[in-house]
Design a protein around this ligand. Sequence first.
Ligand code: NAD
Length: 420
Amino acid sequence: MPKDGSAVNPFETARKQIDIVADIIGLEGGTREVLKHPKRELTVNFPVRMDDGSYRVYTGHRVQYNMARGPTKGGIRYHPQVTLDEVRALAAWMTWKCAVVNIPYGGAKGGVVCDPKTMTKGELERLTRRYASEISSIIGPEMDIPAPDVYTDSQTMAWIMDTYSMQKGYSVPGVVTGKPISLGGSEGRGEATGRGCAYVIREAAKDAGLKVRGGTVAVQGFGNAGSVTANLLHDEQGATIVAVSDSRGGIYRSEGLNPHAVEEHKRKTGSVVGFPGAKAITNDELLESKVDILVPAALENQITGKNADRIEARMVAEAANGPTLPEADTVLFEKKVTVLPDILANAGGVTVSYFEWAQDIQRFFWPLNEVNERLERVMTRSYADVHKVATEHKTHNRTGAYILAIQRVVDAIRIRGIYP
Ligand code: NAD
């Protein structure tokens, strides 16, 4: 269930999106049906020994949605509310995201139904290793490459890499991305999502006639993606960051906030709230504040049919996954707000994951400047591709991005043909 408590089934949403685009590009029945079905799903139930000596059975899923364009790629989520339909939807979205930035991957996602906040490190390690072992027959550098997602991190990836390598008898760093640098992780992966988002904003601002230098920015969710986007817009593009927030609330300062100082305050106190010299605001006020650029970088379902007409920003850059509901998209399009959709705006993360994998399988590692230059090229080109398709179809960037992505997947399916 989504975090706003509504009973929307995310896989139904994902399938509706496919139908909308299939209608626009005139896709016939057979290929449309292929796109609406996950290629491969594995559900595993497995016991884990807890610290007190008891055993508990956990359920995990791995869904490989579509592999027409290459091995599948997508994160693993640990959460009490993981469902197979959620994993299917996330796997479909990964398929489109990889296709939008034109990296040679299909999409996948994994999830384990568990509450990591109540588990010890030892219990999490045993759960991770057993889950990795259970899905090991369908993952691998040529097949399906997991990465971190909600409540999994570089340590989780290190355990999966080790478990998989133990089964093979040799080290296989390319089986997962988002690893620690010492195990074959990539320079620049940590800030790749925010960096990619900042590049897309820069490019889109040119088309929207918006000046980022001196322009005002509000960032909802001052975590990894949000804080990096804020820092780069401030440092490299001369924007004024007027508002930021986290789960405890928001802060506002019309003359601008120094995002590095806010980061330091959050590191010390656990929140952006209480930052000296700033006014306290709510997350709702932040979303509706009068700024040039709004960056939702926290949760899904933030801009809805209820608040879309109160959004004052001229550009909404979705660092978060799924922050805008479909009914809000229409309102924003009519208000001429430039929306940079999640499958484009936050694709910097998976792009540098691809670079990590490419470095791992070549055993040849790149310096940070090379990673960032290549990321900049991918994001700049991808924005231009999306904008072109959206303009041609007289639609908003989200539909443009979906048309571009789905068309690329369809082209791969068609040229490969149907086996046998
Ligand atoms: P994170 O945990 O580092 O940061 C999330 C931030 O959002 C935290 O500061 C948290 O306090 C804040 N937050 C939580 N609930 C909130 C609320 N109700 N209102 C305002 N703020 C709230 O996570 P992240 O990695 O930065 O991910 C954020 C979003 O970006 C997610 O949607 C994620 O799927 C997406 N994303 C992240 C990456 C990545 O590489 N990190 C890649 C693609 C997409």
